[in-house]
Design a binder for this molecule. Structure first.
Ligand code: NAD
Ligand code: IPM
Ligand code: MN
Length: 356
């Protein structure tokens, strides 16, 4: 198979972890006889530094011409602490999602049994959890009109959804539920928000076409609680952009760490594969970041964009073996971890390659 992959490392730990996602793709390509070619492009703070633009034109051009994109993370502490900055790294990520029509962000909560003790939750509560989040990615308060009054004392972000936006993501979620555990939980705030009432109306309507799927509606506040009380009750979770952003960071603790959660952003064209974590200023440049979320993002790319299920399985098997052998990065180590097996980003990436 011949595929051209664009790598966008981004900022902070982005380049550190993406190196290993790419290395895994190269090894799979060589071992399995696939012709994977690569290019690289700038985004976020790196884009601003080089061109003044968080999504340089060249990056978008290359993205549109590729078969899949492997993204790291963007963000810089300078902007986090400067609310007045007009040009921001995050704008690059939002713009590329919109431009590529990446309206569905799939965030699987895949739990490796070896990491049951790495979570802050009790192992017996976690064991057997398998959730697939469908987070809407190109609508909501993220993309609604933003306003600031002239005296700068009032600000607003419009929470807006159109029927077609809810329909297309909900259809994807129902289709997935149908071939998984046949349960779908749609999360909203329909008791308060009009945008959520439209959301619920559309999901209720669509549910009639999926009588084989048990559909439930839950308010976001309750869902945030149920997720840690009894995560096993969830199969497919469908939710809006902002709610999905927050719920999945919470859910990362089920899998043990932010460094374990991969995602696939899909929609109209080229797929975009990204860990859910950010540029993690607190550990950037220290060889501490967990590269497994990036490597798992590559597994999602192989399966979803290229239909290479066997190859994707090789990756999850290699990670499983790495963890079974006791190797951990700091974020997934616990009191029982053999200290000599706590690895940095590079050594962890190398271990996975070795077991691939
Ligand atoms: P973050 O996800 O970067 O970090 C949150 C916490 O998780 C930190 O303690 C960090 O050390 C830890 N963590 C994250 N990834 C890890 C990994 N691979 N291995 C080990 N530990 C990991 O979130 P934040 O601190 O709120 O944001 C930092 C910057 O990243 C901000 O500028 C933010 O806008 C940006 N951000 C970008 C993305 C993205 O590019 N997709 C996502 C979230 C945040
Ligand atoms: C994510 C991030 C982004 C989001 C930010 C950086 C724009 O938190 O990918 O989850 O909110 O979608
Ligand atoms: Mn997020």
């Amino acid at each position: 198979m011949k595929k051209h992959i664009l790598v966008i490392p981004g900022d902070g730990i982005g380049p550190e972890v993406t190196t290993w996602g790419k290395a895994v793709l190269e090894k799979i390509g060589a071992d399995c006889g696939h012709d994977f070619t690569f290019d690289e492009a700038l985004m976020g703070h790196a884009g601003i530094e080089a061109t003044g633009n968080p999504l340089p034109d060249k990056t978008l051009e290359k993205a549109k011409a590729s078969d899949a994109i492997l993204f790291g993370a963007i963000g810089h502490i300078k902007y986090d602490n400067d609310p007045s900055a007009k040009v921001r790294p995050e704008q690059g990520l939002l713009k590329i999602r919109k431009e590529l029509g990446l309206y569905a962000n799939l965030r699987p909560i895949m739990l490796f049994d070896e990491l049951l003790d790495a979570s802050s939750l009790k192992p017996e509560i976690l064991k057997g959890t398998d959730i697939l989040f469908f987070r809407e990615l190109t609508g909501d308060v993220y993309f609604g009109e933003k306003k600031r009054s002239e005296d700068r004392n009032t600000a607003s972000d419009l929470m807006i959804y159109h029927r077609y936006e809810v329909e297309r993501i909900a259809t994807k979620a129902f289709e997935a539920a149908r071939v998984r555990g046949k349960r779908l939980c749609s999360v909203d705030k329909a008791n308060v928000l009009e945008a959520s009432r439209l959301w619920r109306e559309v999901v209720q309507e669509l549910a009639k076409q999926y009588p084989d799927v048990e559909t439930e509606h839950m308010f976001i506040d309750n869902a945030a609680m149920q997720l840690v009380k009894n995560p096993k009750k969830f199969d497919v979770v469908l939710t809006a952009n902002l709610f999905g952003d927050i719920l999945t960071d919470e859910a990362s603790q089920i899998a043990g760490s932010m460094g374990m959660l991969a995602s696939a952003s899909i929609g109209d064209g080229t797929g975009f594969f990204e860990p859910i974590h950010g540029s993690a200023h607190d550990i950037a440049g220290q060889d501490k970041a967990n590269p497994l979320a990036s490597i798992l993002s590559v597994a999602l790319m192989l399966e979803i964009s290229f239909g290479l299920k066997e190859e994707a399985k090789r990756i999850t098997n290699a990670i499983d073996k790495t963890l079974k052998e006791g190797y951990r990065t700091g974020d997934i180590a616990d009191a029982n971890t053999d200290k000599s097996k706590i690895l940095g980003t590079k050594a962890m990436g190398q271990k996975v390659l070795e077991y691939l």
